[in-house]
Design a protein around this ligand. Structure first.
Ligand SMILES: [Ca+2]
Length: 194
């Protein structure tokens, strides 16, 4: 091949290569500019009804004012009763001591709320756990510390701190009714809440 022809072929080849690369940079697809939509609209607050303000527990002071011993002599360390509501966890009302077995349907501690109130819970603390007890309330129509009383909790075996859930029932007088014990039961403090 003549030198001139070789130059022409070379130039043409360079032009073809250059044009083959040309334009390749502007063929990228247009970027997607659409916003990503959430799959569902944002949640609004759940449709829960507002809680009534009265649902908040409110402490109710109880005064231990007496005892019940219907199967015995009618007394059960009555003078110690106030020590179950004196705010001092070290002092207590103690049942009498039953060394030969309990042998009674129960003995009780009478609690006075001061006025008729519907309690939701009553909590007992003791340094003699293991006795069985339940909570009773005086019939509304007979607002008397001597009852008659109706059970408003399930019986429970007392721990150091025992919370009794109560059936809603307005009453002024409540009874911690102890139905089983090992020789003696102490009630160091009682407290209640609506
Ligand atoms: Ca006490």
């Amino acid at each position: 091949m003549a030198p001139a022809a070789l130059v022409i072929v070379t130039v043409v080849t360079v032009v073809i290569i250059a044009s083959g690369h040309g334009g390749s940079h502007d063929t990228a697809p247009a970027p997607t500019t659409a916003r990503v939509q959430p799959s569902s609209p944002p949640r609004t607050a759940p449709d829960e009804p507002p809680r009534p303000a009265a649902a908040a527990p409110r402490p109710v002071a109880l005064q231990a004012v007496g005892t019940m011993d219907p199967d015995g002599d009618g007394q059960e360390h009555d003078d110690q009763a106030p020590q179950a509501s004196d705010g001092d966890p070290a002092t207590c009302w103690a049942t009498e001591t039953y060394s030969g077995g309990f042998g009674k349907s129960g003995v009780g501690l009478v609690l006075d709320a001061g006025s008729r109130v519907t309690l939701a819970s009553l909590t007992v603390t003791t340094d003699t756990p293991g006795f069985q007890a339940q909570i009773k309330a005086a019939d509304s129509s007979h607002s008397s510390p001597s009852g008659p009383y109706t059970a408003i909790s399930q019986p429970q075996t007392a721990s150091s701190t025992t919370r009794f859930a109560l059936k809603a029932r307005p009453a002024r007088y409540y009874l911690l009714w102890i139905t089983q014990l090992d020789q003696v039961a102490h009630v160091n403090e009682v407290r209640a809440a609506t």
